[in-house]
Write a protein that binds this ligand. Sequence first.
Ligand code: HEM
Length: 286
Amino acid sequence: MTVPFGVISVFVGLAIWACLAVHAVLRRKYLPVLLFGILLMLYLNAGYVIYGPAASIANFVGIYDVLINLGLSDPASAAAVSTCPNNSCSAWGETFTNHPAWGVAFYDRFANGPETRSALLLGHVVCNTIVFVLMHVQMFFPGGQARNHALIGRVCFGILTIGVGCSVVLAAQHGSVGEYGGALSTWGFVSMSMFVYTTAVLGVLAIRRQDATQHRIWMWRFVGSMWGSFWLFRVMLFVIDPLFRDIEALAIQICIWGSAPAGILIAEMVRRRVDAKNAIQPIVAE
Ligand code: HEM
């Protein structure tokens, strides 16, 4: 039996993260859970640079293999479940012979596709990962308090443009990938790009007209869209993939279309709570 240490290490990471989330809710200390989410994202995405897309995708599919193979109905006859030659699309090897159909297609697109496609994926992963880290630096050290805030902001925006550009080119090729949802996948990823990029552009435009309040508000929304399109997407897919395995591409479509707007909504709710809390002036005893 193949022991996929990469997949197991991700599950260990997710378990630690879940404990930190409980700790955050109980103690109202959110920094450790936030930082661990960034670290885990770095750990996952670094694999694409170190081992290349095919091996990293097999690792990624291996995470989803566990739940898709559990459940009541026979996975072999489910519409959103598929097989791949020699089980090479999953780090589990022969342990699991059924895989999420999107995972089989994802592996095939990059293991057997043109090199330019893999280069685009690497460009997308590297650029968006850098922005994901830098955007937190920007949020923790806002303008006025940090000397390089404007410079980092400009660099971040440039890298984001390349990262989102790569994803739109990749998405444009999804028309023939029925396992993702075909043209619906193309337009879904375009909508995700629009949510991410539009919030960033509106944040930039606000600060260019010296409106620091609106700049902050749009950048909160931008950060929400990034968390949505990365973490919410993957966690949601993990949960709903087994639930909708009888309907082709439904689970992945929900994540493609819903993750970025949901991230923006959550960020907006958190920002309003933070602002409301900060607006309450403490009563100082005379
Ligand atoms: C602008 C929003 C985003 C869009 C439109 C987008 C789109 C895509 C597309 C189209 C793929 C490849 C699927 C394929 O062609 O077969 C992909 C994969 C990937 N994206 Fe994104 N993405 C976005 C945000 C992000 C962010 C914020 C990150 C990193 C922080 C990220 C990291 C990845 C990774 C690592 C993969 C490979 C799958 C995995 O191992 O998770 N993406 N994305």
